[in-house]
Design a protein around this ligand. Structure first.
Ligand code: DAT
Ligand code: MG
Length: 148
């Protein structure tokens, strides 16, 4: 079992795609173990995107992420980090295949609606950053019909 940090970005919230996005994770069979909405502070946005701090797009990225509400989520499942990245699709919506979230709804590299952790270490860091209070420990009954 893995847990990944997923976040609907301000463009996804503004466009009313929160339900659509959550539905895709639910239908896939992942387990929701954390959910909240907030307007990110500059401090948390900078920490989250620390690895990109030298990139030319960094200031614009921080301005974008702090511009309005995001929806912070933690999803668990076998191989959840990779499974979520596959549901999300490549960074630029124009290159992302249909069937992925970015492929179905995105036309840009910046306005790409959703973040997903890219590895076990980043998931651990991001979950600690956005969910310092921790996540829930529970098992949906339906999981007996998701995993053999
Ligand atoms: P991903 O979100 O697919 O993991 P990433 O970690 O490479 O992509 O970059 C983080 C975010 O930064 C990405 O979702 C959108 C933005 N970004 C990345 N490359 C960019 C670029 N060349 N121009 C503008 N924004 C960019
Ligand atoms: Mg990334």
């Amino acid at each position: 079992m893995e847990t990944t940090y997923i976040m609907v970005k301000p463009d996804g919230v503004q466009r009313g795609l929160v339900g659509e996005i959550i539905g895709r994770f639910e239908r896939k069979g992942l387990r929701l173990v954390g959910l909240k909405s907030l307007i990110p502070s500059e401090e948390i946005a900078r920490a989250h995107y620390e690895v990109h701090k030298e990139r030319p797009f960094f200031p614009g990225l921080i301005k974008f992420i702090t511009s309005g509400p995001v929806v912070c989520m933690a999803w668990s499942g076998v191989g959840a980090i990779g499974v979520a990245r596959n549901l999300i699709g490549p960074t630029n919506g124009r290159d992302a295949p249909p069937g992925t979230i970015r492929g179905d709804f995105g036309m840009e590299i910046g306005y790409n609606m959703i973040h997903g952790s890219d590895a076990a270490e980043t998931a651990e860091f991001e979950l600690g950053l956005w969910f310092p209070e921790g996540t829930m420990d529970w098992l949906p009954d339906r999981e007996n019909w998701v995993y053999e």
